[in-house]
Design a protein around this ligand. Structure first.
Ligand code: PRP
Length: 178
């Protein structure tokens, strides 16, 4: 797997430090509120697991599965909900946890869906944000890192379902996905 990586962009240590900072910030801002973290499967499963453990106030989690990429390197633009939340979020303080905000299509769709269920508040926490190439107007409230315009994998992010288990985030060599 390592041979497929062009460059390590965010090391395991840098990610752990930043996730710790985000968790501390969320713990402070949601003190007394018991937020529900909504993990968008599958990409944000590792980020959510680490973020939850860096939050030191009571919180719960739920999962929603969406896909717009399939096995391709570019978004199809159609977001498909493959698994919905188990719980009712009406009146809850919801934090959507995402691994990457790229075109914004996935988050715009999920944000719209969840806000129609009348949560008390709804925020977005994304580990990575690409500032270029937005197709849908969506802004994150918490951002881990600005992401360069490369095809990134690792720490939950995949290409054709592989590389999610890399402990760091790196850019994939062009010949692998092109
Ligand atoms: C990826 C990623 C985000 C989304 C971001 O999910 O995990 O959810 O794309 O891209 P966007 O801002 O352009 O919509 P994907 O559809 O590949 O599914 P996965 O999480 O199961 O890998």
């Amino acid at each position: 797997m390592r041979n497929d990586i062009e460059k390590v962009l965010f090391t395991e240590e840098a990610i752990a430090n930043r996730v710790g900072e985000l968790g501390a910030l969320i713990s402070e801002e949601y003190a007394g509120k018991e937020p529900v973290l909504v993990c968008i499967l599958k990409g944000s499963v590792i980020f959510t697991a680490d973020l939850m453990r860096s939050i030191n106030i009571p919180c719960t989690c739920d999962f929603i599965a969406a896909s717009s990429y399939g096995d391709s390197a570019t978004s199809s633009g159609n977001v498909r909900i493959r698994k919905d939340l188990d719980s009712d979020i009406e009146g809850r303080h919801v934090i959507i946890v995402e691994d990457i905000l790229d075109s914004g299509v996935t988050l715009a769709h999920i944000k719209g869906l969840l806000s129609s269920r009348k949560p008390a508040s709804l925020k977005i926490c994304t580990l990575l944000e690409k500032r270029t190439g937005k197709k849908a107007p969506v802004t994150a409230d918490y951002v881990g890192f600005e992401c360069p315009n490369a095809f990134v994998v690792g720490y939950g992010l995949d290409f054709a379902e592989k590389y999610r288990n890399l402990p760091y985030i790196g850019s994939l060599k062009r010949e692998i996905y092109a």
